[in-house]
Design a protein around this ligand. Structure first.
Ligand code: ZN
Ligand code: ZN
Length: 391
């Protein structure tokens, strides 16, 4: 187990930084205060800073020696629109906003690594410290990519990290392959011909069609997708008719839901199959179906080369406490947009036991400061091992 002494000495600072960010949460694309603090700390460490990429995003660039390899390390900065219920000295000062996903910790750990690397300069090459806005569903990573992240800051590999309650703070899970699911939305409108509820033969009933569609929906996962490939299709919204007009068959039924997968092929399959079922059901009932599949976030799938390098760095810090097997999450992370542009690896850093059962997105969740040194040490080890000075 090795956390560099300089990082240990920096822990009181990093802890107070983390708690200050926790007390002042900002939602996606509103991280003015947070990104201001990040940019100032990077500049004070002697790191070149680019502000305002993807709205409130910040990229710090540290080039040492003449190594040509370049890597990107990502931390997300945003909080969630929910109230903090638990009482703590650094409780959120903003009603209805809180750091319930530990992004305050992610930001502090990457700052810790940047300060250490800028002072010790024990590598040869370029590191881009990518501080991303709006990870929680508002599309910050995509905005940074669209704003030219990879044109301005070439990356031969990109790395992400998320805290994980349930793993001890001295544990890190580094696993090749799928880590987080794709997160897509689908919408469907069945359009029939409305009529009197007593005279269904004079219209075309979209409600009965919707019933048939919904009762067949799970056959996509059960009968079409490879049983060895995880997939979720859920209908989460259904709208039709009016409870005050129970003698009216409406013209239109609207259905919507989510689709999740871990492989691009299954993702394509879900898009195609939900549409096929919708069109087929509509044909069966002589009505029309309008179908839309919105691709929101691709799956995060760890590249084998990057994962091998992450594992070597993790082993240097965590020794036998590195886990190489850990179940993927059905949640999504828009780090996927970065990992589409450069080979990447996303790891899970232990955050200790779930205090009072509070997990991510719980009104009592709090990043565990005991993890700060481990996370910063992992970033440092990754840079020093991936950007090795030539002998
Ligand atoms: Zn979250
Ligand atoms: Zn998160």
């Amino acid at each position: 187990m090795s956390i560099p002494a300089r990082i240990k000495q920096d822990l009181p600072f990093l802890t107070s930084l983390r708690r200050d960010l926790h007390a002042h949460p900002e939602l996606g694309f509103e991280e003015e205060r947070t990104s201001g603090i990040v940019a100032k700390l990077l500049e004070e460490a002697g790191i070149a800073v680019h502000r305002g990429l993807g709205g409130t995003g910040v990229v710090g660039t540290l080039k040492v020696g003449n190594g040509s390899r370049t890597i990107g390390l990502r931390a997300d900065m945003d909080a969630l629109a929910m109230p903090e219920v638990a009482d703590r000295p650094y409780k959120s000062t903003v009603p209805g906003k809180m750091h319930a996903c530990g992004h305050d910790g992610h930001t502090a750990m990457l700052i810790g690594a940047a300060r250490h690397l800028a002072a010790t300069r024990g590598f040869s090459g370029t590191v881009h410290f990518i501080f991303q806005p709006a990870e929680e569903g508002r599309g910050g990573a995509r905005r940074m990519v669209e704003d030219g992240l990879f044109e301005l800051f070439r990356c031969d590999a990109v790395y992400g990290l998320h805290n994980m309650p349930g793993l001890a703070v001295d544990e890190l899970a580094v696993v090749e392959g799928p880590q987080l699911a794709s997160s897509d939305s689908w919408r469907l409108t069945f359009r029939g011909t409305g009529t009197h509820g007593a005279k269904p033969h004079l219209g075309r009933d979209p409600i009965t069609a919707a019933g048939t569609f919904l009762s067949s929906l799970q056959t996509i996962v059960g009968r079409v997708v490879d049983p060895l490939q995880p997939a979720v299709v859920s209908a989460c919204s259904l709208r039709a008719g009016d409870p005050k007009a129970l003698n009216v068959i409406p013209d239109v039924v609207e259905i919507g839901g989510t689709a999740r997968a871990y492989s691009p092929d299954v993702r394509d399959q879900l898009e195609g199959e939900i549409g096929r079922l919708a069109k087929g059901t509509a044909a069966m009932f002589g009505i029309e179906a309008q179908y839309e599949f919105e691709r929101r976030i691709p799956p995060v799938v760890n590249d084998s080369g990057s994962t091998g390098r992450a594992l070597a760095a993790a082993t240097a810090v965590f020794g036998e406490r590195v886990r190489t097997s850990f179940p993927p999450s059905t949640a999504g992370d828009d780090f996927a947009f970065l990992a589409q542009k450069a080979p990447g690896c996303y790891v899970w850093l232990g955050n200790g036991p779930a205090v009072d059962g509070a997990l991510h997105h719980n009104t009592a969740y709090d990043f565990n400061d005991e993890a700060l040194g481990y996370g910063a040490a992992y970033w440092v080890a990754l840079v020093e091992r991936e950007l090795v000075p030539e002998a």
